[in-house]
Design a protein around this ligand. Sequence first.
Ligand code: SF4
Ligand code: SF4
Length: 404
Amino acid sequence: MDKFDLSHYSVKQLVELDACTRCGECVKWCPTYAEKGEEPLQPADKIRRMRSFIGAQYGLRARLFGPRFPTEVAVEEYSGGVYDCTLCGRCKVVCPVKIDTRPLWIAMREHLVDLGHYPGAFDTLREMVTTRHNISGDDNEDRLIWSENLERVPEGVTGKEQAEIVYFVGCTPAFYPQTYGIPQATVGVMERAGLDFTTLGSEEWCCGYPLIIAGMGDAVEELVEHNVAAVRRTGAGKLVAGCPSCYHTWLHEYPRIIGEPLGFEVQHLSELLEELIGEGSITLGEFERPVTYHDPCDLGRNSGIYDAPRNVIQSIPGISFTEMEENRRDALCCGGGGDVAMCDQELVEAVASRRLGQAQATGAQVLLSACQQCKRTLMTAARQEKVRMRVLDIVELVAMVMEE
Ligand code: SF4
Ligand code: SF4
């Protein structure tokens, strides 16, 4: 192995590596370590290992006796811990010295990609996203396949040249049938609210998030530029994303990557729904079954949106809403984040099962979320465990109870 290149880390991150007091608070909260119990998964252990790699190369002993490079085995073990992480951000919110862990874990992944120590499945992902422009490797011309069995296809679905709002669908709802219901419900609500919207159709390319978090952010520039140009051509003043990860990427990563402001607003679908209900553009009928709500990590902890989805739920007449024991900032991850499903499906299932148990404890018959990946992960867990609980996105519930 060549010299350890630290250019992936900002000065702040190098200071953060040093600032960790090893208090262990993050370890108690880490959902993947809780399931696997393996030391390299502990947030604090990732920091400890990186610190020792750096020390062996640049520390005092290295200056006196020469640098020591980590062995291939040591880096491989470390890589296992870095990639068995859902990037849920729970370790960040409990860290007493405020280490911004999530970007640190992504920087570690970028470093590992450079070192050639990352799960092989990510090469396929990079190939799919950069050549097929979606995560599934399907023909991108089929991006609107989810709309084919709609009774009525709103005009905006197949694409208008100009519109006030672009609805950015995201790869998962576009290509995975389990989540087709989310865009179907979304366009129904938008149409009935009288919004002037369009999708980008096959001009929508993956937002790049799965590659950014895999540590392959250097491969997304073309995708980003393509998507920004496609939205700008419509003249839209607002982009609405139903996927919290697309939302987070558009809002925080895109302006950084293109080096300028987007020139239009970025909104999560839950915020749009809250707005439409608040201004009376849609009215909701009764729903009397008990529900609970799962905070998606990229919407809640990582974007700070906790109230909008709850306000939407609580505006439904007759609804009985109970919070799970761990909610908002403390919410347990569904297990489906961080690209972990690409390398450790068993781990995803274990975390999802724990979260499903928390939902069951509320007595809810319907588990709501505001993310297609959470829906997919929790639905799969409910099916595998034969739990009679319906898993829905809030937009699906809104579409169900919306009055004419
Ligand atoms: S909570 Fe923060 S300071 Fe404590 S061990 Fe974890 S990363 Fe280090
Ligand atoms: S982001 Fe979540 S899964 Fe990853 S180390 Fe932190 S608490 Fe664990």
